[in-house]
Write a protein that binds this ligand. Structure first.
Ligand code: SF4
Length: 409
């Protein structure tokens, strides 16, 4: 047998052993569960104390993909108590969850590029792949290094990969509706290159960008201008004169459904205007069920009058951001990280989507008086219930309701 200095690719380890999962479930419950949230949900999702009503969306918070990713990360720590454990970027977009992993000694590595940090890893190290997945170059690197890999990529993300790989195999360019700077979209884009790396993709985020693509599909245009505009959003060697002939639309799983549908419609229309048929257009709606349920639940919640909406979650969370966009169309909506953002009745610290920064604003005047108010709360798929509970406590506290009243429900 010939000797090789190359580390062997490790077989995947099953960290979800029954003995381990019993402990993991208890730990996860302790960190993220909220009995108050469960009680309010069981009571129909609404609670009134004094002049303050808090209404919860029918669906919010942790999705199945996030729960699974957290379980696997916790399980990895138990199965490998003495190994170094690394994580590509963040497990999910929530500061509270990521802080818990840091406390468990799990070290986050850069996810935007394969930095020199990866060269320091060896066969005894464990690398956790986050729920968003990771680009193929990262997966190849950690497998070459022979690390133990705990892959928490959500099944719904993998469905998108299957689709864009299929497009690449058939010579179809993937138009990906997503954020170019988001982990999931980067991971998906790498799969759109196909097994042989010869495939192509173009990432669009806004309707304005979509219109630029549609104009080129329909009428052609200034090739260099187009390439400059999409320089960081297109595959290497992308040529709009060649690679927009056959296109397939896919999306980041957490986008706003109405926007994704509009993008699909516009791209289709431009292909039909050029070719006289939709033969060179394919579409696959890849918004995940959990994102859809949370958006639908918020639309439903907004059918009844409310004074104010809080959306709780990480500021870099895509699905949470879209909940904020939906809320903003109907009522004063504040995107908060956690209860600490609710500084006082005079001031709220929140993320302003339009300014791309955290700012402090005054509450709507209705909150200051003693008149009855209804406050809605929802949260993205990466937000644990304990953060919702803290927010509920804080709102009641600011409105003059004693903690003990709520604790006693
Ligand atoms: S938001 Fe959707 S795609 Fe993302 S982890 Fe949850 S279920 Fe999976």
């Amino acid at each position: 047998m010939s000797e090789s200095a190359e580390p062997q690719k490790r077989p995947r380890v099953n960290v979800r052993r029954p003995d381990v999962m019993t402990q993991v479930n208890a730990e996860v419950e302790r960190h993220y569960r909220s009995s108050i949230v469960e009680k309010i949900r069981a009571a129909g999702g609404e609670i009134t104390l004094g002049a303050t009503t808090i209404r919860l969306a029918q669906q919010f918070g942790f999705c199945y993909g996030v729960e699974r990713a957290i379980d696997l990360a916790y399980a990895a720590r138990r199965v490998f108590p003495d190994n170094r454990i690394f994580l590509i970027g963040e497990i999910i977009h929530n500061g509270e969850v990521n802080r818990q992993l840091v406390d468990m000694g799990i070290v986050s590595l850069p996810w935007k590029e394969l930095s020199a940090d990866y060269d320091q890893l060896g066969p005894e190290d464990v690398v956790i792949v986050p729920a968003f997945g990771a680009p193929t170059t990262f997966m190849e690197k950690i497998e070459q290094l022979g690390c133990y890999v705990v892959d928490t990529t959500c099944g719904d993300v993998m469905k998108v990969w299957k689709r864009v790989r299929g497009y690449a195999k058939d010579g179809i360019t993937s138009i990906i509706h997503g954020k170019a700077g988001h982990e999931e979209t980067q991971a998906t884009a790498s799969r759109a290159l196909g097994e042989d790396g010869q495939g192509h993709y173009l990432i669009v985020l806004t309707l304005e960008e979509t219109d630029a693509v549609c104009r080129y599909i329909r009428d052609g245009g200034d090739r260099q201008n187009f390439l400059d505009r999409f320089a960081t959003k297109a595959s290497k060697g992308f040529d709009p004169d060649v690679h927009l002939r056959k296109v397939g639309v896919a999306n980041q799983t957490t986008m706003l459904k109405s926007e994704t549908e509009e993008i699909q419609r516009r791209v289709r229309e431009s292909v039909v205007a050029r070719d006289g048929s939709a033969e060179n257009f394919l579409v696959f709606d890849t918004i995940c069920g959990a994102t859809q349920e949370r958006q639908d639940a918020l639309f439903e919640m907004l059918r009844r009058p409310m004074d104010l909406l809080f959306v709780v979650g990480g500021y870099n969370s895509s699905n949470t951001t879209h909940l904020v966009e939906i809320g903003e169309q109907s009522l004063p909506t504040f995107f908060i990280r956690n209860a600490q953002c609710l500084e006082s009745l005079q001031e709220i610290v929140h993320y302003d989507l339009h300014r791309h920064s955290e700012i402090a604003s005054a509450y709507p005047a209705t909150l200051l008086g003693e008149a009855p108010v209804v406050i809605g709360i929802t949260a993205g798929a990466s937000c644990p219930n304990n953060l919702i509970e803290d927010t509920i406590f804080r709102i009641f506290e600011m409105r003059g309701v004693d903690r003990s009243e709520l604790a006693g429900i």
